[in-house]
Design a protein around this ligand. Sequence first.
Ligand SMILES: [Fe+2]
Length: 262
Amino acid sequence: MVDIHTHLLPNIDDGSKSLDDSLSQISLMAEGGISRAYLTSHYFRGHFQYTRSEYDDKFNLLVNEVIKAGIDIDLQPGFEIYLQPGILSDIKQHNLTMGKSNYILLESDLNGLPSDFYNNIYPLLRAGYKPILAHAERYVSIMQKPSRAEDLIHRNIYIQTSAGSLLGLYGEKVKSTAWILVNKGWTHFIASDDHLRGKYYSYFEAKNKIEEVIDNHTANLLFYLYPSCIDNGDYIPYEYVEVHHSHHHQHHKHSLLKRIFG
Ligand SMILES: [Fe+2]
């Protein structure tokens, strides 16, 4: 499994508070089958702001400790960038991408996607970045109308859903929205967004739940195959098939009609 959204890097944002905490969590993740994790610390101008070399110093320190402890996991740098006007210059200046890829993890105001959301995100697309919207199910506007996630996908924005949301850790409305995104095929990644405030197990529990109520194929896509594409530089299809529990023929018919009539 590949977790693309974590706050495991200590003392840089509101995530891990100590190296020891990080090491024990990372060890637990590796034991549970996580082969790679992105340490996506918040980058928020005026709140969590730092240079790339400040981040890299902390990152390299942690990676060395993980190697010393003999934990078998591939840690990659990353950032959860708060979307705001002019953020492109920060992204370029500090190279705020996921690993060596062009993917960038973005968050915005949870009280709704602000009206300038697209104006802020289009310059990033035109500059060649591949934006991923973090925990889409927690935005009020998406809870009100989940198909807004599909609108984002049509604008080449990838969607990340959080494991805790699927388990109800953020309330019923977030939970039902998260399941709609998964069932409709409007999400590409399930990640932990782990802040070390609770147990990491919710990530594994969410995977078990998806295997149980949907199938192994979908769990594999969302927890492993799509997340793996980031580092491999592979193309991720913007849409995957909608989950149909017993209507395979209907789906094929729909696709055929869509191909004929556009
Ligand atoms: Fe986060």
